[in-house]
Design a binder for this molecule. Structure first.
Ligand code: MRU
Length: 343
């Protein structure tokens, strides 16, 4: 399995996802600013992976404060946390991970060991994510058993997490157990995470994968080609409304229309219980060039405006079940979610 992040010798090694599938190369970050830039540019992306990268990024502030006094050192870490919180707005895993790192700084009484404590916490966040992905795989497999052709959007696989992924975790689980399962991957405009990343990591693992343009999904659902749709999430509100890569919401509408189950897979770190519903989720707006000049090739005249919201929100009523590491939530609503995750 692909492991997109590694922290070694005071450096964060990231698979540079902007270069895939043409090149498999690492970007090595030794400063907080480099991690901020890597998250903003989608070198590392996917909600859980962003949180893990940010947690390690905080530790890099220690590189600049080796001989600092206790307060100066704590301040460096707090500044790093504040800065990394501005790297991307939608995936709540980023803020969840940074809150955990801040709790370590706030509780610190021993400046000598602060950096070690922070590294230990970042490693724990990383390890927990591997375990959550494995559990999501097991729970999701119970829903996908018997589904041979599964459609997904964007990349919610190993590259977007620490190892197993969220939406792809049940697929890896079933594939490893010998089930005949194949994936239809939306290319996912404008940044092509489905074509570049999902197709790459599935093919690498021997899972049959077929890429389609986003606009082809409706036709495949209409002709009965797809048995289930499964996607990840960047933030899920308390009532189950789920923000995910732009293009997810129309897929959910299509799936409902054609009575195909629509699953959202996400760890508990993706739930934001402070937000009652999905309309409160902040949606990242990205640069014009991503739409107007994909791959640097101009496609849109200068006179035309462009919209580029990176995410949309799927209402809970369109979601058949949310798959978490703690179990599956059928027909999700605020009560059912709280019953499983806040007990
Ligand atoms: C396990 S990742 C789930 C989501 O983070 C994923 O589907 C997604 O929307 C990623 O968007 P991206 O903009 O590539 O970070």
């Amino acid at each position: 399995m692909i492991e997109p992040l590694r922290f070694d010798n005071d450096a964060l090694h990231l698979i540079d996802q902007t270069k895939l599938p043409l090149e498999l190369v690492d970007l090595v970050c030794t400063t907080v600013d480099q991690v901020h830039d890597a998250i903003s540019r989608l070198v590392v992306r996917g909600a859980p992976a962003i949180g893990i990268a940010a947690a390690y990024g905080v530790c890099l502030a220690g590189n600049a404060s080796k001989n600092a006094t206790k307060n100066a050192s704590a301040n460096n870490y707090l500044e790093a946390i504040e800065s990394l919180a501005t790297s991307r707005p939608t995936a709540v895993n980023l803020f969840w991970a940074l809150d955990r790192m801040k709790a370590i700084v706030d509780a610190n009484t021993d400046s000598e060991s602060l950096k070690d404590q922070l590294i230990a916490e970042a490693r724990l966040i990383h390890e927990e994510d591997i375990q959550m992905g494995e559990a999501i795989g097991r729970h999701g497999a119970t829903l996908l058993t018997g589904c041979q052709r599964v459609l997904t959007h964007c990349n919610a696989g190993g590259l977007a997490t620490s190892k197993w992924g969220t939406a792809l975790a049940p697929i890896y689980h079933l594939h490893r157990s010998g089930a005949a399962i194949e994936v239809f991957a939306d290319e996912t405009r404008p940044l092509m995470q489905g074509a570049r990343l999902t197709a790459w990591e599935l093919a690498r693992s021997g899972v049959p994968v077929t890429v389609l343009t986003d606009s082809m999904a409706g036709s495949l659902l209409q002709t009965g080609t797809i048995d289930a749709v499964i996607v990840g999430a960047d933030r899920i509100a308390a009532n189950g409304d789920a923000a995910n890569k732009i293009g997810t919401y129309p897929l959910a509408v299509l799936a409902k229309h054609h009575q195909v189950p629509f699953y959202v897979a996400a760890p508990s770190s993706t739930f934001d219980f402070a937000l009652a519903s999905g309309d409160l989720i902040p949606i990242e707006q990205r640069a014009r060039e991503e739409v107007a000049s994909p791959g640097g090739i101009k496609m849109v005249p200068d006179e035309a405006s462009v919209v580029n919201p990176a995410f949309d929100v799927t209402p809970a009523e369109l979601i058949t079940a949310i798959i978490t590491e703690q179990g599956n939530i059928d027909s999700p609503n605020a009560n059912r979610i709280a019953e499983l995750l806040l007990r």
